[in-house]
Design a protein around this ligand. Structure first.
Ligand code: PLP
Length: 192
């Protein structure tokens, strides 16, 4: 029998080495979800999954975003453009995107956990145009409905919520991932 790596057995295995399901219901996202190192690795994972069936060249990101979110797209050779995020005259968050643009990938964020009509419209509009929709749910992680089922992928980094160094969830919302989960194990040690 193959034993799990020491120190992480409680998450996925019971005492008999049988795969157990200890993932809380609220973290069971989409058709398939995985836990990764960070929001950045989640973005990288999504791009690699997309590349198994498509060849994206452009990504449309909200202008109010952290530089760390842009890096994984750049490192994968994607051309990054931004749509405007601004505070409207009612104090709400609004978006101004070029609706004629046809990005291969659109990234959407429900800022501070609020889904606005603007956000909903943006997702629908670009989905209809054939863009792959990625929702960055770092802000909406604890919301009742963190992402739209119309979207293709969603992820959330954990470290903005609590004093931890890293961790993220990523989901392929309506399908399974095409690429394998990246659980690197020290094979020779485990088999010794
Ligand atoms: C909204 C948002 N998404 C994603 C990230 C990246 O997450 P991580 O730091 O886990 O790579 C950040 C980090 O600043 C962020 O603010």
């Amino acid at each position: 029998m193959k034993y799990p790596e020491i120190g992480s057995e409680f998450w996925e295995y019971d005492s008999n080495g049988i795969v157990a399901d200890h993932i809380p219901e609220w973290l069971k996202w989409g058709k398939e979800s995985r836990f990764l190192l960070s929001g950045r690795t989640a973005i990288d994972h999504i791009i690699k999954d997309v590349r198994t069936y498509s060849d994206p060249k452009t990504v449309y990101l909200p202008s109010y975003c952290c530089q760390t979110m842009i890096r994984p797209f750049e490192m994968n050779g994607l051309i990054v453009s931004f749509y405007d995020v601004y505070i409207d005259n009612k104090g709400g968050i609004s978006f101004k995107a070029d609706l004629d643009f046809s990005p291969d990938i659109l990234v959407s964020i429900d800022y501070f956990g609020y889904r606005t009509n603007d956000n909903q419209k943006l997702i629908r509009h670009f989905k209809e145009k054939g863009s792959i929709i990625i929702e960055d749910c770092t802000h909406s992680l604890f919301c009742y409905k963190p992402f739209d089922s119309l979207s293709d992928y969603a992820f959330a980094g954990f470290r903005k919520w609590m004093a931890i160094f890293d961790g993220a969830i990523v989901t392929c919302i309506n399908n399974s991932f095409n690429i394998p989960d990246c659980t690197l194990e020290h094979e020779s040690y485990l088999n010794a």
